[in-house]
Design a protein around this ligand. Sequence first.
Ligand code: SGN
Ligand code: CA
Length: 530
Amino acid sequence: MTFHKKLSVPFILCLILIFGCSGGKENETVNSLPAKKRPNIIFIMTDDHAKSAVSLYGSKLIQTPNIDRIGKEGMVFNNAFVTNALCGPSRAVMLTGKFSHINGFRDNRDKFDGDQPTVIKHLQKSGYYTSMIGKWHLRSVPQGFDYWNILINQGNYYNPNMVEMGDTLRREGYTTDIITDLTIETIDKQVNREQPFCVLMHQKAPHRGWMPNVKHLTPGDTTRYPLPETFYDDYKNRSAAAGEQDMEIKNMFYSMDMKLHPAEEPGSGGQASFDAKANWENIYKRLTPAQKEAWDAYYKPISEAFYRDNPKGRELEEWMYQRYISDYLKTIVSVDENIGRLLDYLEEKELLDNTLIIYTSDQGFFLGEHGWYDKRFMYEPSLSIPLVMRLPGLITANSTTDVLAQNIDFAPTLLEIASIEVPDDMQGRSLKPVLEGTSKDWRDEIYYHYYEYPHGWHNVKRHYGIRTERYKLIHFYNDIDAWEMYDLENDPNEMENLFDDPAHTEKREELTTRLAKLRIAMKDTTQLLP
Ligand code: SGN
Ligand code: CA
C-alpha cells in the first residue's frame, strides 16, 4: 500500500478536544481481573452481507472458508437479526446497545451524538486500547477510540480517501485489502503490550457499487447463479408496501450497477433524481491506469455483447440478476480472503487463543428474493445477519445456537466478556451465557423499527414489528396503515400475508398484544402519524 497526497486537515480542533483528554488510561481496570488477562476483541463487520452468501449457512452461491473457520472454531448463530436494516442505524445500535429511538440515529440522514456512552468508551475507560478502521458512516467525529482511520461516508472500492485521526489521505489499492492492512498494522503495534485491544474492522464491501478487485476478474467468465424461488414475485397477498418499493433488480442502473458502457439509464435505480452516470464516471476516474486496463478487459466485452444481443423481458431481468450477483459475490471473495490473511497473522503472533473474533454484517441483503436488491424491509433476507464468534476457553468449537440474537446485544456482550459491568440502560442482553452454553430464559421475541421514508432511497415505507421463533407481525405506517403477518415455518419466503386470514385470528390477536407490550418495554413512543 502506498500513501500519496495529503488532501486536507479537517477536525483538528475536535481531535485536540477528544484526544487531549483521553490519554493515560492504559493500565486502569475497573474490575478485579488484571487488564492483560482480559481477551482482545476483533469485531469484523461488513456492509450488506446476506446470510445466503456465507457457505456455513448453506449458501448456493459462494464458498467463504475463512468466515466459516471462525464459526467452526467457535459458535454459529442461526437466528441473528438487526433492529433497523440500514447502515448508520445499525452501527449506532452496535455502539450503544440501544434502539434507534433511544440513541437518536434513526436513518442515514441523522448525525450520531458521539457524546453519549458507547461500548467503546467503556472499554477504553477500563484499560482497552480501542481502534476503528473502515466504514464509519455516522457523520460525527468518532469518540472513544485511541486510533481511528475511516472512509468518508460510503467510501470507495478503489484508492479510497481515508481520514486518519483527522488527516485525509488517498491510499492506493483495493479498499478491502487496505482496511485489512491497516487493521493488522494497528494490532501489530499492540502485540507486545500488556493492555488488551479492541479493534473494529468495518469493511465497505459488499455494499452497492459492487466493484470487485481486478485480480478476481477473469475475462470470459461464464458462471451462472440459481434464481431464487421468489424472483418473479407479483407482490399479491401482501400490503401495498411490498409492491411500491423501488428496489427491483430490473430497475438497477446500467452504469454503476451493471457496469455497462456506454450506458443509457432506463431504470430509477432506487432514486430517480440521482445522477448515476455522473457518479459512475467519477468513480471510474479514480482508477489508476493499470486498474482501468484490467477493468476494461473484463467489462468491455460484457457491454459489447449486451448491446449486440439486446436482451428483453425475462431474458433481460435474468441477465441483470446474473450481472448483479456476479459482482456482489466477487467483493465477498475479497472479504473472505482478507479474513484468512488476518487469521493467519493472528495465528503467527499467537493471538488466537486470547482474542474474541466476531464476524457479522450491518444488515442482511436481498439477493434476488422478491426480485430485489437492497435491504430495509423486516423480511428475512434483510432482517437476518450472519453472526459467528470465536474465543477458545469460553466458546466450544463447533457449537451452534438458535437463540434470537440481535445487534443490540453486541455492546453488552463485549462488556461482559471484558469483565465490565453492563450499564442498566443498555437494551440488549449479553450473549456470554449463550456462548458458554449456560443461558436460561432467553428472549422469545425481537423488536424492529425502520424509519427512512419518504426521504432516502428505495421507497420502503416506515414499519415496525415483532418476530418470534415462528411468526412475524409487521405494521407499515406513515402514508399507509397496513399489517402483515407470516408463519415462517409454513411460509419461509413470506409470500402469504395471514393478517386477515380468519384461521389465524387468535395468533394475530396474540402477536398484536405482544407487539404493543414490546413497544412499551423498549420505550418506543414514536408517533405513528404521517
Ligand atoms: C446508497 C445506495 C443505496 C443504499 C444506501 C444505504 N445507493 O445510497 O442503494 O440503500 O446507500 O446503504 S448508491 O447508488 O449510492 O450506491 S447503507 O448500507 O449505507 O445503509
Ligand atoms: Ca449496510
